[in-house]
Design a binder for this molecule. Structure first.
Ligand code: TYD
Length: 194
């Protein structure tokens, strides 16, 4: 089982992923939370790009994410899935299908470049207005290059455009964490119970 949590920066997915892990463990599932970009060399390079230390084109940025993801799939994601672990992704290739689409690339082009990556069973997108998300982010940290409002509006729109994909579930993330989690658990239970 592979579950992907997505949304713009400040959407609350980190809180939801921890709640989900706790609930799954209570149900006796083995779980693993994995985050992209990773802290491996390709991921490190990406952080330099994200922080504006290195300049790169959208195509180059996508390639960095893909190199990082290929290693992640091979070394962590696939082995965990093979052991029957429920893998909880804090961002996966659906982030590329939102952020790099916002950067100007085509969504199907990006999806097709991910034939090496196992398809998630479900993708939960935590949706909220960009202003609300930015207020949350500024409350506890500085905004980085990727957290500019205009860009995030495009990212949000790209996430909402994924609505046609049957595995994508869009959730209203303006609510209280416990309320959001009720929806998360309902959707995940449906997938688990088949
Ligand atoms: P994020 O998980 O938001 O980092 P933080 O720990 O700072 O909350 O991810 C960092 C940034 O990387 C975020 O702005 C989204 C971006 N990103 C992409 O543009 N494409 C991708 O494929 C991924 C995984 C992340």
């Amino acid at each position: 089982m592979l579950i992907d949590l997505e949304g713009i920066d400040g959407c609350g997915k980190s809180t939801q992923i921890k709640l989900l892990q706790k609930k799954l463990e209570e149900k006796g599932e083995k779980t693993l939370i994995l985050k992209e970009p990773t802290n491996k060399p390709h991921g490190q390079k990406l952080w330099d790009v994200l922080k504006g230390k290195i300049k790169a084109t959208n195509e180059e940025i996508l390639d960095f994410f893909i190199l990082d993801r290929k290693q992640h799939v091979k070394e962590k994601i696939k082995p965990a899935l093979e052991q029957g672990t429920v893998v909880l992704m804090d961002r996966y290739y659906y982030s590329s299908m939102a952020y790099q689409v916002a950067g100007g690339l085509d969504v199907d082009y990006i999806r097709n470049k991910h034939d090496f990556a196992p398809t998630p069973n479900i993708v939960l997108v935590f949706d909220l207005p960009v202003k609300t998300a930015l207020e949350r982010v500024h409350g506890h940290r500085e905004a980085d290059e990727f957290e500019k409002e205009e860009h995030l509006e495009k990212v949000r729109a790209a996430y909402l455009n994924l609505n046609d994909d049957p595995i994508v579930k869009i959730l209203d993330a303006t609510r209280k964490p416990e309320e959001i989690f009720q929806d998360v658990w309902m959707l995940v239970s449906e997938v688990i119970d088949g």
